[in-house]
Design a protein around this ligand. Sequence first.
Ligand code: G
Ligand code: G
Ligand code: NA
Length: 253
Amino acid sequence: SSIHNRMRAGLKNREFRLVYQPIVNFGNGKVEKCEALLRWTDDNGNVISPAEFIPVAESTGLIHELGQFVLEQACADWNLLQSNDIHIGLSINRSERELNDLNAAKQWLECISQHQLPADKVTFEITESLLMSNKQRQIHILHYLRSNGVKIAIDDFGTGYSSINYLQRYPVDYLKIDRSFLNHAPGDRIQVALTEALLRVARALDIDVIAEGVENKEQWEFLQHQKCDFAQGYYISPGLGIEELTRFLKQWQ
Ligand code: G
Ligand code: G
Ligand code: NA
């Protein structure tokens, strides 16, 4: 059957789950938040990558149900962490298509408040392609979310479409530099120069920078030296199931 029908059945059959990847604040060395990443293992045991199923869900509209599942699961997991005396924020991916509907955004805020989760503990990550054109409705919804305390991150920055110029028009708290931007840093002169330039622009705009795909000590030390704000990547940890995450966070530092 089509991937869409398999996804719909999979949602009912609880084939989807979340893993959480820690994000470390360079300033104090603490894990300040975790990014929720959706995982799908179908009933035959095949692991399907979000890179494959998210675009399908976006085009068929199932992304709205998937997104609702992700938010509710993440809120429930946040409460589990709280009860383990772990107090961190959550970063949750939203597709551009999910940002079309103000009512959906209202429901997200309701879901967050029903779970007693302070809004400022939640960051919504939107991919940079949203920056491409001036999409008034989406910008309005981002403002609405942000005026209710939620943080906004631009994801995958540097992968192609972005214009630094658009940044100043968007209500944005964080910029996530795509891993392809610094996969050869600090050895690659051009990548070093681009990273420095981006960090300076972000600082001027009062936007915090999260480096993605930090895989080794050299990258970590380079970014720390550059006064990058946050790091995420395999050097710290891959995505972890909620129980593994709880153990990881109890041992961190
Ligand atoms: O975790 P992985 O690298 O396989 O993720 C691939 C892509 O899927 C990433 O760009 C990530 O942002 C996206 N993704 C992961 N989880 C979600 C989700 O819950 N919702 C949306 N819209 N995208 C997600
Ligand atoms: O686009 P987004 O940042 O949402 O996607 C995160 C994806 O990147 C996840 O699929 C995650 O598994 C993957 N990822 C996270 N850390 C690293 C890393 O250090 N190196 C590589 N190659 N991939 C990573
Ligand atoms: Na993301």
